[in-house]
Structures are given as structure tokens and as C-alpha cells.
Design a protein around this ligand. Structure first.
Ligand code: NZQ
Ligand code: ZN
Length: 378
């Protein structure tokens, strides 16, 4: 196991009917701005509930943060922060709203050009040393953003990640009932995303990190057990509670301590979103089986361990087992109605050159693998 340091200051308030605790979570003399997305939190009545709990601590609202939040939208949010002199941001939504709010919390003291440059050079975390505090009410189990210090922001034809110790939410409310209104498709995207967060840390190389391995395997087996069930029975509290906690745990940093990680799948997936508008979860479902087909020699031992411990695939020689394991993962995604090939999305011939150019431009992914992976995913 490698040396590591681990720190996570986000307080989790988990469960049904806990929203009244907002009164204590948000300091009483603080000027709060709410941030949310394109309407789901209004339609569900959640924004009204929050307003009735926090009363006149709320001095402003910024709505309309889109999926894969855009730099230009967030600039408007930062104007709003200045206008209402907010001291605390409360994000109500999924990964996009949370990431967008983190970025606004970090960026509201900066000029437009400086901020864009920091984002595009991946130096937000190293250069920005002052930020507004933020809290989260999470409505979509997927990204783990509710308990980590990262975010991903879209600008023109690129998607740019950042992380900063200042971006950890002070608290996150995880109430499974707030996710009951999600469309099936978004639940499925979230399951795939959480699953892939685990394998990007797990299918790398063996460093004899046994607790981390077993924790990853337990989470992945749980996602396989409850995935379809929670899509079909959205109001089944227990299944949804398990999904909510698994997806938070999948990317709050704890699984990956002391181990190598390889985020090539996400880098490629982000470019599919930037170039073609894929939902984040769907982009990963297309990329991952193809990525493993291309990298199966490098990742051999870990794919075999994954197959044995997550899908109970133990028979046959190693080569045929690896192929069956990759197919089994594909089947898992497909069992959630998430398609795994470009052609299933009406893209028989995606413009591989456009995606590669984007990857090149932003220095993302593993150049040796990218072309082969894209060609395998057709
Ligand atoms: O905008 P609204 O109206 O709220 O609708 C959203 C959106 O259309 C809707 N939704 C959210 N909660 C709902 C709901 N609809 C009904 N009921 C609810 N309870 O769902 C749609 C998708 O929301 P979004 O936030 O975009 O999804 P997700 O949570 O999957 O976030 C995706 C973003 O997170 C980034 C992705 O790149 C992408 O930009 N990621 C962030 C990470 C992080 N911060 O650590 C890691 C991830 O790998 C990922 O890259
Ligand atoms: Zn992801």
C-alpha cells in the first residue's frame, strides 16, 4: 500500500425527514444564496421547503444551472452572489448544481479572464486560496460531489475538472426520498457513474490494499444487487438509501487511499460529452468495455480479480475469462437500459477525429489508447 493522507471535513446528514436540521447546519447570522438547476427542485417543492426552514437567512437565489454546468452560466451566478452579498451558498440538486456551486464559491472573487485561464490550465486548486463556504442538499445519487472536493465545468468544446480543499461542502443532506422524483434514466446514469468511479480506482494494479479492495468489491456487488431494483421500485426506501450511500462512498476519496488510480475512462467520457452531448453516465458505459478490451494486458490481474469477486466468474482459462468479464460488465450496464456502443445512440460512425482532437487539445486521457478505444466502441 502506498503512503497516504486522508482528510474529509464534510458532515453528512443522512435519512428521511432530516431537513429541519438545516436550521443548525447553516449559521444563524449568515446571508445564504440558494443555487439549483432547471426546475426539478422547484417542481418537487424542495426549494419551498428550504425557504420555509431558513426564512430570511436567504438573501438570493440562482437557478438554471444546466447538466454539465457551463462556465458562462456560472459567471452569471457569481454576479448574483455579489449583488445579494451572499456569504454562504446552498446547492440543491445533482452533481451539476453541486459542481457549479463549488466553482462559484471559489470564483466569485476573481475576474472572468483569470478564472477561465485557471480552469483551462487545471490550476484552480493550486491558485485559488479563498472561497465562500457551501452546503449541499443532494437530489441525485451519482457523482459523489456531495462529499468530495472536485468538480467538472464545461466551456466551449471541453470539460475541465478542478479540485480544491476549499471546495468540500461544509455539510450534505442525503435524503433518499428526495431522489424518488428522478426519471429512471437518471437513476441508471447514476448507478453506472458510481460503479465506474469504483473501477477507475480498482482496476489498476495490485498494491496489496486489502481493505480498499474488499470495500470496492462490496460496493460494486451492492450496486449490482440493487441497481435494477431501485429503478423499478423508485419508492422502495431501503434500496434507494443503499444507492445513495454507495454512490457517495464511491467517490469521497476513502476507497482510493494508498492505491493507484487510472481515470482514462472518465477523461474519454468527458470528451464524448463535450463533443456530442452524452450524459456523463452514458459516456462511461460506452467507454469502459472498449477501454478494457484495449488495455486487458495491462489490467489483466485486476480484471480477473474483479471478475471473480464481483461477478463470481472463476471458470475457464484466463483469456476467455477476461472476455467474459468484460461482456458481463457490459451486460450489467445494459440491464439498466444504458447502452454501451456508439451505434446504439444512433452514431454508427462517430467522428473519431473530432473527439481525438478535443482530447489532444486539452491533454486528456491516454493518447496511446484513445483512438483504439473509440474505434472499439463503435
Ligand atoms: O436541472 P434539474 O431540473 O434539477 O434536473 C436535473 C438534470 O436534468 C435532474 N434531477 C436532479 N435531481 C432530480 C432531477 N430530476 C428529478 N428529480 C430529482 N430529484 O437530473 C438531471 C441530471 O442532473 P445532473 O446534476 O447533471 O446529473 P449528475 O448528478 O449525474 O451530474 C453530472 C455532472 O457531474 C460531473 C459530470 O461531469 C457532470 O457534469 N461529475 C462530477 C464529479 C465530481 N464532482 O466529483 C465526478 C463525476 O465523475 C462527474 O464527472
Ligand atoms: Zn463520473
Amino acid at each position: 500500500m502506498y503512503n497516504f493522507e486522508y482528510f474529509n471535513p464534510t458532515k453528512i446528514i443522512f435519512g428521511e425527514d432530516r431537513l429541519s436540521k438545516l436550521v443548525d447546519a447553516v449559521p444563524s447570522d449568515t446571508r445564504v444564496m440558494l443555487t439549483y438547476g432547471q426546475g426539478s427542485a422547484i417542481r418537487s417543492g424542495l426549494v419551498d421547503r428550504v425557504k420555509s426552514i431558513l426564512g430570511d437567512r436567504i438573501v438570493g437565489e440562482f437557478s438554471g444551472i444546466e447538466a454539465n454546468p457551463r462556465f458562462s452560466t456560472l459567471l452569471k451566478g457569481m454576479e448574483k452572489i455579489k449583488e445579494c452579498e451572499a456569504e454562504f451558498l446552498l446547492a440543491i440538486g445533482g452533481g451539476s448544481v453541486i459542481d457549479g456551486t463549488k466553482f462559484m464559491a471559489l470564483g466569485s472573487q476573481y475576474e472572468y479572464d483569470d478564472l477561465l485561464e485557471l480552469l483551462q490550465s487545471y490550476s484552480v486548486g493550486s491558485e485559488i486560496n479563498i472561497a465562500l463556504p457551501l452546503g449541499v442538499i443532494c437530489t441525485l445519487p451519482a457523482t459523489g460531489s456531495e462529499m468530495n472536493n472536485g468538480g467538472v465545468i464545461s466551456h466551449e468544446d471541453g470539460k475541465f475538472y478542478f479540485n480544491s480543499p476549499l471546495a468540500f461542502p461544509k455539510f450534505s443532506f442525503l435524503d433518499p426520498t428526495l431522489t424518488f422524483t428522478l426519471p429512471k434514466e437518471q437513476v441508471a446514469n447514476g448507478i453506472v457513474d458510481a460503479f465506474v468511479h469504483i473501477i477507475e480506482g480498482y482496476v489498476t494494479k495490485n498494491v496489496d490494499a486489502r481493505f480498499q479492495d474488499r470495500a470496492c468489491e462490496g460496493l460494486m456487488r451492492t450496486l449490482v444487487e440493487i441497481g435494477r431494483k431501485t429503478m423499478d421500485s423508485p419508492n422502495d426506501y431501503d434500496s434507494r438509501a443503499n444507492l445513495v450511500w454507495c454512490s457517495t462512498m464511491a467517490l469521497n476519496g476513502i476507497l482510493a487511499v494508498g492505491t493507484p488510480e487510472d481515470w482514462s475512462g472518465h477523461m474519454l467520457g468527458h470528451q464524448l460529452t463535450a463533443s456530442y452531448g452524452f450524459d456523463h453516465g452514458k459516456s462511461l458505459a460506452v467507454v469502459m468495455p472498449a477501454l478494457w478490451t484495449v488495455t486487458k494486458e495491462e489490467k489483466r490481474t485486476r480484471i480477473l480479480q474483479f471478475g471473480e469477486r464481483v461477478f463470481d466468474i472463476v471458470d475457464g482459462d484466463e483469456d476467455s475469462r477476461i472476455d467474459r468479464i468484460i461482456e458481463r460488465m457490459r451486460l450489467f450496464f445494459e440491464s439498466l437500459d444504458v447502452k454501451t456502443r456508439f451505434r446504439d445512440y444512433g452514431m454508427g460512425q462517430p467522428d473519431v477525429e473530432v473527439i481525438l482532437a478535443g482530447l489532444d487539445k486539452y491533454g486528456q486521457g491516454n493518447p496511446e489508447w484513445n483512438r483504439k478505444v473509440l474505434e472499439k466502441a463503435i
